[in-house]
Design a protein around this ligand. Structure first.
Ligand code: PEP
Ligand code: MN
Length: 261
């Protein structure tokens, strides 16, 4: 099946590159607003923050849920950035839209579950919102495409894929193996689908963000989603892989974009 797509039509500084940045999790109102202000000052147009957090084990910080949605609304109003959050259930979709979230993304654990994907797709019927679909945790291209087909069949035409790497038992270098051949094959199969790289969840560490961003650019990716926090060491989730807005700006200044983009 072919995907029926429309241009994402998102604001960017450089039209060759979609950049979305923000903390792994919306922790407190102050952390959200401070990070957002710093990112906006660096020219960032799209802000991400997880409100519902899928944690591997119980007992960790699982997100502030609905409480954090007004913080994202404040970010929108104060900075003019578009705001994005992860949705995993129809209830998340309903609440995110109620508070004016502009872009929804589907997390890797949800993409791996066809029942959850179908429920999400049903809840998006007739809604015109951009949806970014992360690859499933396992290296299964058909499952990734199938998840995007479900969302597309619900009528969502502003779709993008996020490559966040694939889980493996052996975590010597990468937190999630990039297995670049999979997004490359996705590009070959669906050339018009924007593909965004998530170097934060692939690398799992700050040092790997710049080289992973450059690799994605060299492979012709359309954008980057990078975790950025005003005080990364104190982050409540994914502390090791978050960078300050200052460092992110520096990394982006180093990245060379291909001439044919
Ligand atoms: C995230 O973006 O913070 C996240 C939980 O990502 P993933 O679904 O890729 O693990
Ligand atoms: Mn994260």
């Amino acid at each position: 099946m072919e995907l029926e797509l429309q241009s994402l039509n998102l604001p960017c500084d450089d039209e060759r590159l979609i950049v979305m940045a923000g903390p792994c999790s919306a922790e407190t109102e102050e952390q959200v607003i401070t990070t957002a202000r710093q990112l906006a000052a660096k020219g960032c147009h799209m802000f991400r923050a997880g409100v519902w957090k899928p944690r591997t084990k119980p007992g960790g910080f699982e997100g502030n849920g609905e409480t954090a949605l007004p913080w994202l609304k404040t970010v929108k109003e104060e900075t003019g950035m578009m705001v994005a959050t992860e949705v995993a259930t129809p209830e998340h979709v309903e609440l995110a839209l109620k508070y004016g979230v502009d872009i929804l993304w589907v997390g890797a654990r949800t993409t791996a579950n066809p029942f959850a994907m179908q429920a999400l797709a049903d809840s998006l019927c007739g809604v015109d919102v951009p949806v970014f679909v992360k690859n499933p945790v396992n290296p299964d291209l058909e499952l990734w495409i199938g998840a995007m087909e479900r969302i597309n069949q619900a009528g969502v035409k502003r779709l993008a894929a996020i490559h966040r790497g694939f889980s493996s038992y052996d975590k010597k270098i990468y937190r999630n193996l990039p297995m670049w051949q999979i997004p490359i094959e996705l590009r070959r199969r669906i050339p018009q689908l924007p593909i965004i790289c998530d170097p934060s969840h692939i690398g799992g560490s700050r040092e790997l963000i710049a080289p992973l961003c450059q690799q994605a650019m060299d492979l012709g990716f359309d954008g980057l989603i990078v975790e950025s926090h005003c005080n990364p060491d104190s982050a409540w989730s994914d502390a090791k892989q978050q960078v300050t807005p200052d460092v992110l700006d520096y990394i982006l200044s180093l990245i060379a974009i291909r001439d044919d983009k």
